[in-house]
Design a protein around this ligand. Structure first.
Ligand code: 2NE
Length: 275
């Protein structure tokens, strides 16, 4: 693939394949691709672009280099009130931008694929969890570290992890903070496949192209359906609004719109009351 650069970012690279794949790369290898607030804001911005761009069908999230996908929150900018956008400034108020980013990935109506080489640790591990699929290199290592460094993620980090690997294993992952190899991660259902590091991008692109050949709206509805089961009303909301998108194309819905604009009574009696 010849990737074409898009956007102007400092902490990430945002590229398009030209045939429907957008790739977002966290580029902070000196800290194992740990994220600071700016990193997350840039990923979020690129995701908005990839969502709105009709030429994009699948999004890949990855980290720069063979050593890390992402090592979670950058502990150097972790203040007493959260992660700081301006750590040098007295009174800078901490934030948890990753909260919104996790939801954004799950709500994005296109498949998001985590391409993992090296460490997916801490908040970086949660980022791969919330992606729809994970393709791992054989050097990938997975784990949580929160209880070791005075942090935790009890949202998707607990619920989604327990759904994937079972509650006992999820508690082991959090309570012992061990690292797991790519093969162990595959055996416990954390990742979809494991490939040699040298083949990681080619394999990821092949999986993306298989999805690009599918009906985009069917993929959108399946993603929303999985979320509906897991996310309660906010998940049902996405699925319901997707149904609304389809309903708008019907003569019945159009009759309501046209009657309103023409200031007349809508003639819904001409539509069947389906059994
Ligand atoms: C990732 C891991 C296991 C890699 O180990 P290794 O041995 O391959 O590399 P090393 O030497 O530890 O790291 C290389 C450089 O990257 C920095 C290190 O401090 C080191 O810097 P120098 O000594 O070369 O100056 N680095 C790595 N991860 C960093 C990080 N997250 N923040 C700042 N600098 C980092 C190993 O590096 C590791 O365990 N890293 C720490 C993982 C960690 O504590 N993550 C935060 C968990 S909390 C979180 O992510 C979170 C949450 O729980 C809830 C919400 C939001 C976020």
């Amino acid at each position: 693939v010849t990737w074409t650069a898009h956007g102007d970012y400092e902490d990430i690279r945002y590229e398009h394949s030209g045939d429907g794949i957008a790739k977002i790369t966290i580029c902070r290898p000196e800290v194992r691709n740990a994220f600071r607030p700016q990193t997350l804001m840039e990923v979020s911005d690129a995701l908005v672009d990839a969502r709105e761009d009709g030429s994009v069908g699948v999004i890949v999230l990855t980290g720069e280099g063979p050593d890390a996908f992402c090592s979670g929150g950058d502990q150097n900018v972790r203040g007493d009130t959260g992660y700081l956008t301006d750590p040098g400034r007295q009174g800078s108020v901490g934030r948890f931008h990753v909260t919104d980013l996790q939801v954004q990935i799950r709500r994005l109506p296109k498949p998001v694929v985590a391409m993992v080489a090296g460490y997916a640790i801490g908040g970086g591990h949660i980022l791969h969890l919330v992606c729809d699929l994970t393709i791992a290199a054989d050097n990938a290592r997975f784990g949580q570290v929160g209880p070791r460094v005075g942090s935790f993620d009890g949202g998707f980090g607990a619920g989604l992890l327990a759904d994937l690997v079972g509650p006992k294993k999820a508690k082991e992952i959090w309570f012992l903070c061990r690292q797991y190899t790519a093969d162990e991660a595959r055996q416990m259902g954390l990742v979809n496949t494991v490939v040699p590091l040298a083949d990681l991008e080619a394999e990821t692109v092949a999986w993306c192209r298989e999805m690009l050949a599918m009906s985009p709206f069917a993929l959108r509805l399946m993603k929303a359906s999985f979320n509906a089961a897991e996310d309660g009303i906010s998940g049902i909301q996405q699925l319901a609004h997707d149904a609304n998108l389809l309903f708008y194309a019907t003569d019945e819905a159009k009759e309501g719109r046209e009657a309103y604009k023409q200031k007349r009574r809508p003639e819904f009696e001409k539509f069947p009351r389906r059994p």
